[in-house]
Write a protein that binds this ligand. Structure first.
Ligand SMILES: [Ca+2]
Ligand SMILES: [Ca+2]
Length: 180
């Protein structure tokens, strides 16, 4: 196409080129945004792994771990994500195999879901059936901790800014605590 463009320096080619330019620019802008968001996700995963190594010995409290994760994300993304756009949440499971598991129940009416009145095994002894067995916070030794980092990301290129002004992205990393 470029050779044809160079050979034919007439109005027709200029018009043809002008008509492919907007979709081409949009495509390039989308590719840039996609690349940057891949980079940000990788940087956040790295930050969480790094911070969880610091936290997994139990030598500090939840507040410190949150600060370390936030600091590492800010430092690792070259100022692309401002500190106030980052949220860190932690929940922990006493056993690794409890991840994404609900308390066992007897499905009396066979609808595949727990309904009030059906018998259940109250493993955490809180008197109610739980769809998720996690508790908030960084947990104890050998607990599985799920770190969830949410950040609000504004698009870099004007083309994408016209389509949408920001997106909310969530990165989850699960790490097992050291015994402590
Ligand atoms: Ca049921
Ligand atoms: Ca329960």
């Amino acid at each position: 196409m470029i050779r044809a463009f160079l050979k034919r320096r007439d109005g027709v080619t200029a018009v043809e080129f002008a008509s492919v330019l907007p979709p081409l620019v949009t495509l390039i802008a989308a590719a840039i945004e996609f690349g940057v968001s891949l980079f940000l996700n990788a940087a956040i995963e790295y930050a969480v792994m790094d911070a969880s190594r610091f936290g997994s010995t139990g030598a500090e409290n939840q507040g410190d771990r949150t600060t370390v994760i936030t600091d590492t994300v800010v430092a690792g993304t070259f100022g692309l994500i401002p500190r106030e756009k980052i949220e860190v949440a932690m929940r922990s499971y006493s056993r690794v195999q409890d991840y994404a598991r609900s308390e066992d129940f007897t499905d009396g009416n066979g609808n595949g879901a727990f309904d009030a009145g059906e018998a259940f095994n109250d493993e955490n002894r809180n008197g109610v059936w739980d769809a998720d067995l996690s508790v908030p916070g960084p947990g104890k030794g050998r607990n599985l901790v799920v770190y969830e980092v949410t950040y609000e990301w504004g698009f870099l290129t004007p083309v994408m800014q016209r389509i949408a002004n920001h997106e909310i992205t969530r990165v989850q990393v699960a790490v097992e605590n050291e015994p402590f």
